[in-house]
Design a protein around this ligand. Structure first.
Ligand code: IPE
Ligand code: IPE
Ligand code: MG
Length: 244
């Protein structure tokens, strides 16, 4: 079972267009798929679920669509946070929060504060998020420490940079799912993807269900993750591990 799963929730617009509806109809329909994926992750003991809700590039979409997405984010936060809390789920928003209006920023920090001690699942919502932004942000934090004399350049390592990455403290990313049929990362968790397994499905996000999620996890469980080693080395490790 993967410990940390991330999902690029893509295909809302096309789902709506197939029904001769406005793209925003697809975003609204996608909320139910978010609920289903959280339910599934919680029930399967996945420790961390990171959902790509709005990228740093999505601001360039038509103004009306951006505005519906912002309203929807605020509404869903408000309507779901108690249920998340009751289910022992910690809500965490990753991304450049300062880009949102103040009301939404408050809703985000209230939800994070309420749920911060919850342990069953960490639900990360990536909003105004970009993988390059995440790395630049971490680089800036380290630079500040070096300039303040708290750190030497030789202490800039993968570990110290990772300490300043938005998902720090969570398990390593095991599985990245993208719905909607495209095979790209679209500036999502670039740093975290180093050894993640990728799963692409044609399913459009509003049609994503616990069954689709289960199929992705099943596929993941059949893969051999080698982390640069040979297949034989991994097999021997497995045998040794089982013998212990
Ligand atoms: C993903 O669906 C949701 C967001 C990017 C906010 P899209 O809106 O990208 O849907 P398609 O890819 O155009 O079908
Ligand atoms: C990625 O989807 C962002 C989210 C799912 C929030 P996009 O629809 O923005 O990605 P591209 O433009 O097809 O690469
Ligand atoms: Mg898209």
């Amino acid at each position: 079972m993967p410990q940390h799963v991330a999902i690029i929730m893509d295909g809302n617009g096309r789902w709506a267009q197939q029904r001769n509806k406005h793209r925003t109809f697809g975003h609204k329909a996608g909320v139910e798929a978010v609920r289903a994926s959280v339910r599934f992750a919680r029930s399967q003991g996945i420790k961390s679920l990171t959902l790509f809700a709005f990228s740093s590039e999505n601001w360039q979409r038509p103004k009306e669509e951006v505005s519906v997405l912002m309203d929807l984010f605020g509404m869903v936060l408000k309507s779901e946070v108690k249920k998340l809390h009751k289910n022992d789920i910690r809500l965490n928003v990753i991304g450049d929060i300062s880009g949102f209006d103040e009301k939404l920023q408050h809703k985000i920090s209230d939800a994070e504060l309420l749920t911060r001690d919850n342990k069953a699942l960490t639900l990360n919502i990536a909003a105004n998020y970009g993988g390059r932004w995440d790395i630049v942000n971490a680089a800036k934090a380290l630079t500040r420490d070096v300039l303040a004399g708290k750190m030497d350049i030789s202490e800039i390592t993968e570990q110290s940079l990772d300490t300043n990455i938005s998902t720090h403290g969570l398990p390593e990313l095991d599985l990245l799912i993208r719905t909607g049929g495209d095979h790209r990362v679209s500036n999502f968790l670039l740093w975290q993807c180093a050894y993640a397994e990728f799963y692409f499905t044609e399913t459009l996000w509003p049609d994503f269900s616990e069954q689709t999620f289960a199929a992705a996890v099943e596929d993941f469980s059949l893969r051999q993750r080698r982390f640069g080693l040979t297949g034989e080395q991994i097999m021997t490790q497995d045998v040794e591990h089982k013998a212990c």
